[in-house]
Design a protein around this ligand. Structure first.
Ligand code: SF4
Ligand code: FES
Length: 371
């Protein structure tokens, strides 16, 4: 069976990053700078992506600003006809570089913030002055004339300020804000107990954001990613495995989702050895959970199986130890009690472990920035 074309591709240009966010969803083992794809290979991959139907290209990391060839990469992607979105911490890109990237054809900037309280934001980021730099960066994005989306990750410590994040995004000049509850993959999975908000606080954050969505129509568009551990049904992760999107790691492995390497036994192909068209259609990893034939009960006979696709394969692996299982977040799952155990009670007082230098691929200094 021929898979329909993908819509979006996430290019993880590097795992190097100047920040230490405890909810980092990148894998525990990061790709080294010396293993990263070179400029020419990335541009070839962008051209192949456009040829198989990809429209949106997300340039991510780590911090993509750590790549000195970022403007060349954007030029190559824009030349291939892709819509380019730079997902950045705002740390490491000064004005001349951002202008060069804009001139190369960048379409959109997505800037992450950690909090609205500067001291709290800097503590989560693990970098003094980072929030002030992000405000400077947002202003620079507006002056250059690029559209801006603010992204903020919600967790136990900042859940009461979810509404303030929206107002902060408005003050930063964003047209869009994504308020997303933490997802527990990679490094973030290790810190789950400390990051998970209490149920009442998570639900209150959702109500606040919904109220602001109505109040701020015409001012800012709000995307809200709810905390699926408190939901009745799981999220349709990546809109279904191998249906719409693909991720490429810094060293060129092509993944159906961000955390797919956490599933043992999957065979990932690399862009160094296969064309993207070949990977998309034929790689064993992409075909492992396409369609619905792989499903077990209760998903197999569930009316929602084409709605949420059984939830998240990586979460099923993490919680149930079986990537074919119904995502235990689902209230129909026979293992749903595992989620109730995780979300029950309070985690007050539990500390998180910041993503430290020894875990980050940081074998080259990042040019830190912006006045
Ligand atoms: Fe979705 Fe499977 Fe739950 Fe049905 S049983 S709602 S398909 S996760
Ligand atoms: Fe891998 Fe959800 S993160 S399927």
């Amino acid at each position: 069976m021929t898979a329909p074309p993908p819509l979006a591709m996430l290019a993880e240009l590097t795992h190097r990053c100047p920040l230490s966010c405890p909810y980092c969803s990148n894998p525990l083992e990061l790709d080294k700078r010396s293993d990263e794809l070179d400029t020419g290979t990335w541009v070839r991959v962008f051209e192949e992506a456009a040829a198989i139907g990809v429209i949106h290209l997300h340039l991510s990391g780590g911090e993509p600003g750590a790549r000195r060839d970022l403007a060349d990469l954007v030029r190559g992607a824009a030349g291939a006809g892709l819509y380019t979105n730079l997902i950045t911490s705002g740390i490491g890109l000064d004005r001349p570089r951002l202008e060069a990237i804009a001139e190369a054809g960048l379409d959109h900037v997505q800037l992450s913030i950690q909090d609205v309280d500067e001291a709290a934001a800097d503590r989560v980021a693990g970098l003094a002055g980072s929030h002030r730099r992000k405000r400077d960066f947002a202003r620079m994005v507006g002056e250059i004339g690029l559209p801006l989306t603010i992204n903020c990750v919600i967790h136990r410590e900042n859940v009461a300020r979810a509404g303030d994040m929206v107002h902060e995004a408005v003050s930063m000049g964003a047209r869009r804000v994504e308020v997303a509850h933490a997802q527990y993959y990679g490094w973030g999975l290790q810190n789950r107990a400390a990051l998970m908000p209490d149920r009442e606080d998570a639900l209150a954050a959702g109500e606040t954001v919904e109220r602001l969505r109505a109040e701020l129509v015409g001012t800012i568009v709000i995307d809200y990613v709810p905390p699926d551990h408190f939901a009745r049904f799981p999220k349709p992760c990546v809109n279904g495995w191998g249906r719409q999107s693909l991720n490429i790691t810094p060293r060129g492995r092509v993944l159906p989702c961000h955390a797919a390497e956490s599933i043992p036994g999957l065979e990932f192909w690399n862009v160094a050895e296969h064309s993207l068209a070949d990977v998309w259609q034929n790689s064993p990893a992409f075909n492992a959970f396409r369609g619905t034939d792989w499903m077990q009960e209760p998903c197999r006979s569930c009316a929602r199986k084409e709605v949420d696709f059984g939830g998240c394969r990586c979460q099923a692996m993490a919680l149930a130890g079986d990537p074919r299982a119904t995502d235990p977040v689902c209230s129909y799952s026979p293992l749903h009690h595992l989620v109730r155990e995780i979300t029950g009670g309070t985690h007050e007082g539990e500390g998180w472990t910041p993503r430290g230098r020894e875990q980050r691929a940081k074998d080259e200094p990042i040019p830190l920035p912006v006045s």
